[in-house]
Each structure stands twice: as structure tokens, then as C-alpha cells.
Write a protein that binds this ligand. Structure first.
Ligand code: 13P
Length: 342
């Protein structure tokens, strides 16, 4: 095997190592501003750096966290003591990941639908990120459910872009994390989410195959199968687990080294409970199921911090607690009582 393939194999398996998952801290400037607005602090470079240092440099995290996904600004920043963030992660045995898409634009001719930008110049950017210490990358495609949508035009355009991105990543030695996210903001039923997620995943793996992207060097990041937030008929934890596992078994090749979930607006505790139910209920799946949460890991930490340096220790403790709960959930060993002890 070539060196690059051997390294991709090692990186992909480290990303989904037993009992570990990924922390997503790759919010774009508008997204981090929204989070900071929620705690009443200004989104400036130093506040973003100080907050990301809390997330990145937290002793004990490496027991549950295999990698973190950074934003372009963050991968170039450093701790107060002057250690670059990728170096701080490496010291702890955590892989550096990087978000490389350029966000979404309206899809021409398809009102209400989005397509992800960022392919132009991507090879050059990926090469630089690797030099800066990145070992995996992320690209998010957004699929919106609504009246008459998603269209096949939207699904195909987005999955094609994911395949182009993934091919470039593998060429430069970064493991592509391919992220099709079916949004959970509408009033659709869980059955609609199932159908749309299934079609999206079938299209994704067809596109990956047609672009000669190797599944064994690709990590899937995907939404769970849930009803829309505005749906009157919400689903139980066991229904979400069963529908999600059924959908993955029906769509995801066994050669994928691992599947990780985004939290997508689920509460921190529910996202953990869903992951745990899947891992407690299904022991012989073809791939490990773990987490790559942003909000569901960060929200309690962000609130505890509140922008005040004196709250740093409390914020780090909240984060470590969620990381531990989700690490256990990836083994099917999480218990809701663990929340009370915290
Ligand atoms: P959430 O878990 O907050 O959905 O974020 C994960 C992510 O990285 C979305 O791209």
C-alpha cells in the first residue's frame, strides 16, 4: 500500500476509535456570532481564540475525543502560552480536522434549496491545511425538507460536490468526512426524514463511486432520522434509534470505517440518549456509530463560560462531562443518572 493510503487508513480508524468521537468547533463567523450573541459577548478575534482554547486544551478530553474540527481562523491561532492549536491537539493525542467548505448559496432555479460552495482552489487550500497539521477535513451539504423539496436537482448537485471534495482530500492525504445534513427544522414526520435521508445517502455513495472515491478512506457524518422540530408527532428515543439504524443499514456500504452523527439542534442530553440507544441495541453493525457534535457538546460549556475568564474551569468541566457521556454512549454504556451526578 502507498504511504498515503496507509496513513489514510490509520487516520480514519483513529477518528472512530472505540469509545471516542469528534468535537466540532468549526463555526463560521456568522455562526459563532450567533452563539456569542446568546451569552452577550462580542465575536472578536480574541474572544473566539479564548473560547476555542477552552475547547481545545482540556486535560482528560483525549479519553473520549479522537479529533476536533477547526475553522480556518482557528487552525492559525494559538493558546495564550503561544502553542498553536494543532500543536496543542497533537500533544494531547487528538487529531486536527478542518472545515473546508465555503458555506451555502441559493441553488439556481430551486427556491428554498441550497448548494455548498468551495470547490474552486480547494486542492491548494487542502495542501496548506495539511502543512498546518490537519489530518482530516469536513464538507457539509444541506438538504431542506419542505413543500415539493428536496428536489433531485438539489440532492444530486450537493452529493456531486461532496464527491469532488472527497476525491481531492484523498489525493492530498486528508480523510474526507462527508456530511450530508437533512435539516430537522420543518414540520415533517420521521418517515419523511427517513425517505429523504435514504435517498440522499444512496445518491452520495453513487456519486462517491462514480468519482472513484475510496469508501475505506471516508468517514460519513450524517443526521439521525428524526421528525422535524415542528412536527406534532415527536418520536421516542427507541424509534429514532431504530429508524436511524435501519436507514444506515439500507444505505451505507460496510467498507465505510465509521459513521458519526451531527446533533442538528437536538438538546445535549437527547443527542447522547439517541446515540446510546443505537449502540446499546445493535451490537453487530458493520461500522462503529459515534458522535461529531457541535452544539450538543458545546452548549453547556458555552453557557458556563459566559465570556468570563473566572468561569474557565467550570466551562471545561461541563465540556468534559458531555464528552464523557457521549464517549460512553458510543459504547452503549451511558445512563441518564450520570447527568444528575454532574
Ligand atoms: P451540530 O452538532 O451543532 O449540528 O454541528 C455539527 C456540525 O459540525 C455541523 O456541520
Amino acid at each position: 500500500m502507498s504511504d498515503i493510503k496507509a496513513e489514510l487508513t490509520a487516520t480514519a480508524s483513529a477518528m472512530v476509535a472505540k469509545g471516542k468521537g469528534i468535537l466540532a468547533i468549526d463555526e463560521s463567523f456568522p455562526s459563532i456570532k450567533k452563539r456569542f450573541d446568546g451569552i452577550g459577548i462580542e465575536s472578536n478575534e480574541e474572544n473566539r481564540r479564548a473560547y476555542r482554547e477552552i475547547l481545545i486544551d482540556n486535560p482528560g478530553a483525549a479519553d473520549y475525543i479522537s479529533g476536533m474540527i477547526l475553522f480556518d481562523e482557528t487552525i492559525r491561532q494559538a493558546t495564550k502560552a503561544g502553542e498553536t492549536f494543532p500543536a496543542a491537539l497533537k500533544r494531547q493525542g487528538i487529531l486536527t480536522g478542518i472545515k473546508v467548505d465555503a458555506g451555502t448559496s441559493d441553488l439556481a432555479g430551486h427556491p428554498g434549496e441550497k448548494v455548498t460552495d468551495g470547490l474552486d482552489g480547494l486542492r491548494k487550500r487542502l495542501t496548506e491545511y495539511r502543512t498546518l497539521g490537519a489530518r482530516f477535513a469536513k464538507w457539509r451539504a444541506v438538504i431542506t425538507i419542505g413543500a415539493g423539496i428536496p428536489t433531485s436537482a438539489c440532492i444530486e448537485a450537493n452529493m456531486h460536490a461532496l464527491a469532488r471534495y472527497a476525491g481531492l482530500c484523498q489525493e492530498v492525504g486528508l480523510v474526507p468526512m462527508v456530511e450530508p445534513e437533512v435539516l430537522m427544522d420543518a414540520d415533517n414526520t420521521i418517515d419523511t426524514c427517513y425517505t429523504v435521508t435514504r435517498t440522499t445517502l444512496h445518491t452520495l455513495f453513487d456519486m462517491l463511486d462514480r468519482q472513484d472515491v475510496r469508501c475505506e478512506h471516508t468517514i460519513l457524518k450524517v443526521n439521525m432520522v428524526v421528525p422535524g422540530k415542528l412536527c406534532a408527532q415527536q418520536a421516542s428515543v427507541s424509534d429514532v434509534a431504530a429508524q436511524t439504524v435501519r436507514c444506515l443499514l439500507d444505505s451505507v456500504p460496510a467498507s465505510i470505517p465509521g459513521v458519526v452523527f451531527l446533533s442538528g439542534g437536538q438538546s445535549a442530553e437527547l443527542a447522547t440518549a439517541h446515540l446510546n440507544a443505537m449502540n446499546a441495541g445493535w451490537k453487530n453493525l458493520p461500522w462503529p456509530l459515534s458522535f461529531s457534535y457541535g452544539r450538543a457538546l458545546q452548549a453547556p460549556c458555552l453557557k458556563a463560560w459566559g465570556g468570563k475568564p473566572e468561569n474557565t474551569a467550570a466551562a471545561k468541566a461541563r465540556l468534559l462531562h458531555r464528552e464523557k457521556c457521549n464517549g460512553l454512549a458510543s459504547l452503549g454504556q451511558y445512563k441518564p443518572e450520570m447527568e444528575k451526578a454532574a
